[in-house]
Write a protein that binds this ligand. Structure first.
Ligand SMILES: *Cc1c(COP(=O)(O)O)cnc(C)c1O
Length: 368
């Protein structure tokens, strides 16, 4: 056991399990000759819309584009402000800046790492157009409060659901609550493809129509262009493979929850902060995050035992070099800054074996 490597995430193991099904579906696309859009993409869009309990789903090239095209379709641009969490993957803020708008960062809740809703209202100005909550590590943000604030101030809510497909908030599927939600099918996400892929879900038919125009060069009729758009489509070969995996997503997410529960039980007496799952949500544990002031030493100890671990994310967005001009400083958003120094992810994915789980538990306990 000690000699085998335990990866933080695994993509190849899932492929091994579903190889025949996935190969057959991908082969069909190869043989069809249709490599852009077409029926496989449409079928998968319909499947995601049904799964997320929404009217519309629009496939795009990746999760970043899902956010970018949605913000643009909602008319967000130069001079606007968009409120989001400082503790996320860079893309969440990048898309706001790309459109010439300004990201306004809020601090996080120390238990869930999701944006602290009590900090939102004081950031709202007459330039604020939208809020982007991120359902970080697979746990939905406090959507009721966020929707209430948005309604009161007439703001859009775009959910960054890239880490949270299949999670629920008060029994509602993530992807169905805000004005739109954005998903990524990056290989290591809970529903991961074999390359890049993304999707937007919404109940707003006009928005869906605009997104479908934007993703094909701003065109509704081939070679006739009404707006400046993008080339951002989901490949049918990805759609075909993802459709196979979608049938297993609940099972995979349930497995993630089981492993998380096992870790929680095993680590409950250790001097580390464990993940906190709110009562009204069902997290899909995209990552299993623990917090300790001995992070570096624990990661080294794990590494010596051939167990991979990782840091998500080492620097909050408000302190990124590119955002110096926004004049945040160290201490501006202290909860996220502390989390960035102390949090780490342990291996958790559906194919992690019992023996591997046990080994991880033993090694972590040994350390303390
Ligand atoms: C992965 C991720 C994205 C970006 O998705 P890509 O498909 O890699 O472009 C955006 N936001 C969050 C929170 C993510 O985890």
């Amino acid at each position: 056991m000690e000699t085998t490597n335990i990866p933080l995430m695994s993509t190849a193991r899932q492929y091994e399990e579903l190889k025949e099904e996935i190969n057959a579906e991908m082969m069909q696309v190869l043989e069809s000759g249709q490599y852009i859009m077409g029926p496989k993409v449409q079928e998968f869009e319909k499947a995601i819309a049904d799964y997320c309990e929404v009217e519309e789903a629009i496939g795009v090239a990746n999760g970043t584009d899902a956010l970018l095209l949605t913000l643009e379709a909602l008319g967000i641009g130069a001079g606007d402000q968009v409120i989001t969490t400082t503790f996320s993957f860079f893309a969440t803020a990048e898309v706001i800046s790309k459109l010439g708008a300004r990201p306004v960062f809020v601090d996080i809740d120390p238990d869930t790492y999701n944006l602290d809703v009590s900090q939102i209202e004081k950031c709202i100005t007459n330039k604020t157009k939208a809020i982007i909550p991120v359902h970080l590590f697979g746990q939905p943000a406090e959507m009721d409060s966020i929707m209430q604030i948005a309604k009161k101030h007439n703001l859009y809510v775009i959910e960054d659901a890239c880490q949270a497909i299949g999670s629920t908030y008060k029994d509602k599927k993530i992807g169905s609550i805000g004005d739109a939600a954005c998903f990524s099918f990056f290989p290591t996400k809970n529903l991961g493809g074999f390359g890049d892929g993304g999707m937007i879900t919404t109940n707003n038919a006009d928005l869906a129509k605009d997104l479908k125009t934007l993703r094909v060069h701003g065109s509704t009729k081939k070679y006739f262009h009404s707006v400046i758009g993008y080339n951002s489509r989901l490949d049918p070969i990805q759609a075909a493979a993802l459709q196979v995996k979608l049938a297993y997503i609940d099972q995979y997410n349930e497995k993630r929850r089981e492993i998380a529960a096992k870790y929680n039980e095993a680590f409950k007496d250790l001097p580390i902060q464990l993940p906190v799952e709110l009562e009204q949500v069902k997290s899909v544990y995209h990552l299993y995050i623990v917090q300790t002031d001995k992070r570096k030493a624990l990661m080294e100890h794990l590494s010596e035992q051939n167990i991979q671990s990782g840091v998500y994310y080492p620097l909050p967005l408000h302190l990124q070099e590119v955002y110096k001009k926004l004049k945040y400083r160290k201490g501006s958003l202290p909860v996220a800054e502390l989390a960035a120094e102390r949090t780490m992810a342990l291996p958790l994915f559906p194919e992690l074996t019992e023996a591997e789980q046990q080994h991880i538990i033993t090694v972590v306990k040994d350390f303390f």
